[in-house]
Design a protein around this ligand. Structure first.
Ligand SMILES: Cc1cc2nc3c(=O)[nH]c(=O)nc-3n(C[C@H](O)[C@H](O)[C@H](O)COP(=O)(O)OP(=O)(O)OC[C@H]3O[C@@H](n4cnc5c(N)ncnc54)[C@H](O)[C@@H]3O)c2cc1C
Length: 476
């Protein structure tokens, strides 16, 4: 952690917290409160920290008051949206958690397609509000994930090729800075801050409101899942590599390797699944494309047809309950030739257990056309992303399954391109934050982000994140 040391006397801290409690519309939950155990938990069950207090914000003024208390006491402050951060940055030992979860308003203007949300909304909250208008904001694939953290780091899902990342669809944001200033950030107003918010995580302030531009969505987009048994993986992945070379933007595929939980009725063997969402009115065109792939690699099982968007967006939710244990890794790459496929299948075919999955997202399309410098998000040119993700339940598996993710990441390094997705970065022991952030963003973007940090958070109040230390505290 960056070296900002505070020595506020205990009595003064108690006093400040009492005053904070009195000011809140929401609540302050401390270790003595009956809801403390639930309030301190985040999605990743490996993160077991005990904050001094969790503030459940119910009004924007609660954010101001909590920030003021953090400044006054010097307590480290974690900012939590949906609590799904893999590194567990949504909580802190002995500090203050600003839990924005109760702030859940979503406003949809169907005419302008603008969707304005408070910072505690989940993907499900937004999808439910937009689907009734045949609109969708491009989000992630598990509906309990928080929109705030997802957006500030990136946001990849079933609409990435057709419409870009979640952050590419952000029109503006309301930000409360470390000094308590309220700023509007957009392409026109505070454009440099707006640049940094799109990829730079929670480094520059608390976002109290996000405004997105939604896209039109057909009432029932075409969804498909082609399932392959291990003996067919090589042929299917090579067929996918050829098929995915030249796809229209409307085709959004994700290839997964997984042992399904029992309730899916898919047995205990691992599957490779080529999933796709075709988001155009003309289903026939999407089916013709799917037919080309099915002809080259006939699936062992399949489900292809019109899908309710809300069902599609929540189909895998039960695999990832809160309290799952997770260590995740991400690699950007562009080669999917025989050599890469052999390496990939080398570790994918070890996957004989429930609790770890591997996804290959096909990128490109609208994602790839965003100029590299337009946002802080690193690497627009990669054609694929590999995600190795954990969702196991048994602490005894921590070491083995963490090692598996690290090994897969290591084996992919010969094919890796620059840039890593900060939203999938775990807390890495023994790596300096500044080094991890520099590696994730690349040197040029990192320097630009440090400039923003110096301007908006010179004392590193927002340091519980993939931290970009300001120059003053930066180790270099
Ligand atoms: C089960 C699961 C599924 C996922 N699926 C996807 C996916 O499909 N696509 C994808 O791209 N990612 C996915 N992710 C990764 C996800 O994007 C990150 O975990 C993200 O951080 C989640 O945001 P959150 O608000 O839930 O997290 P939190 O832990 O609440 O917040 C994460 C960080 O964001 C910052 N932050 C949060 N809210 C604010 C705010 N209002 N203002 C300023 N800073 C803030 C803070 O630094 C905080 O530490 C998934 C993660 C999980 C666990």
């Amino acid at each position: 952690m960056s070296t900002v040391h505070y020595t506020t006397p205990e009595r003064a801290i108690q006093q400040a917290l009492q005053e904070l409690r009195a000011k809140l519309s929401g609540s302050l939950v401390g270790p003595q409160d009956p809801h403390y155990e639930e309030a301190r938990q985040v999605w990743n069950g490996m993160v077991d920290l005990r904050p001094r207090a969790v503030v459940r914000a119910r009004a924007i003024a609660d954010i101001d008051a909590t920030l003021e208390a953090a400044r006054r006491t010097g307590l480290a402050m974690a900012v939590r949206g949906g609590g799904h951060n893999i590194a567990g940055h949504g909580t802190v030992d002995g500090g203050l958690v600003l839990d924005l979860g109760p702030l859940k308003r979503v406003e949809v203007d169907a005419g302008s397609k603008l969707v304005t949300v408070e910072p505690g909304v989940t993907l499900a909250d937004v999808d439910r509000a937009t689907a009734v208008h045949n609109l969708a904001v491009p989000l992630g694939v598990i509906s309990g994930t928080g929109v705030a953290g997802l957006t500030l780091g990136g946001g990849v899902g079933w609409l990435t090729r057709s419409n870009g990342l979640t952050l590419d669809n952000l029109e503006s944001a309301e930000v409360i800075t470390a000094a308590g200033e309220h700023l509007h950030a957009s392409g026109q107003e505070n454009p440099e801050l707006f640049w940094g918010l799109r990829g730079g995580g929670g480094n520059f302030g608390v976002v109290s409101s996000f405004t997105f531009r939604a896209r039109h969505l057909p009432p029932a987009p075409l969804g498909g899942n082609l399932f392959y048994r291990p003996g067919h993986w090589r042929n299917a992945l090579l067929a996918f590599a050829r098929w995915s070379r030249d796809l229209p933007d409307e085709m959004n595929p994700i290839v997964s390797f997984l042992v399904f939980p029992e309730e899916f009725g898919m047995g205990s063997d691992p599957w490779m699944i080529i999933g796709f969402a075709w988001v155009a009115e003309d289903h026939q065109a999407g089916l013709s494309l799917a037919d080309q792939l099915r002809a080259a690699a006939p699936p062992d099982e399949q489900e292809v047809g019109p899908a309710s968007w809300l069902d599609w967006q929540s189909a895998m939710d039960s695999v990832f309950p809160k309290g799952s244990r997770g260590y995740w890794k991400n690699v950007s790459f562009s080669r999917l030739d025989e050599e890469t496929v052999d390496v990939l299948l080398g570790f994918a075919s070890e996957l004989a257990w429930e609790g770890t999955g591997i996804d290959i997202h096909q990128m490109g399309g609208a994602f790839g056309r965003v100029p590299e410098d337009a946002t802080a998000f690193p690497n627009r040119s990669a054609r694929y992303w590999l995600n190795v993700y954990g969702f196991w339940r048994d602490p005894a598996e921590d070491e083995r399954l963490t090692a598996f993710a690290r090994k897969a990441y290591g084996l992919m390094q010969p094919f890796a391109e620059h840039g890593e997705y900060v939203n999938f970065l775990g807390a890495e022991v023994g790596i300096k934050e500044a080094d991890a952030a520099r590696a994730a963003y690349g040197a040029a973007k990192y320097q630009r982000l440090v400039g923003l940090k110096d301007r908006y958070d010179p004392h590193n109040v927002f340091r519980l994140n993939h931290n970009i230390p300001p120059t003053r505290t930066s180790p270099g």
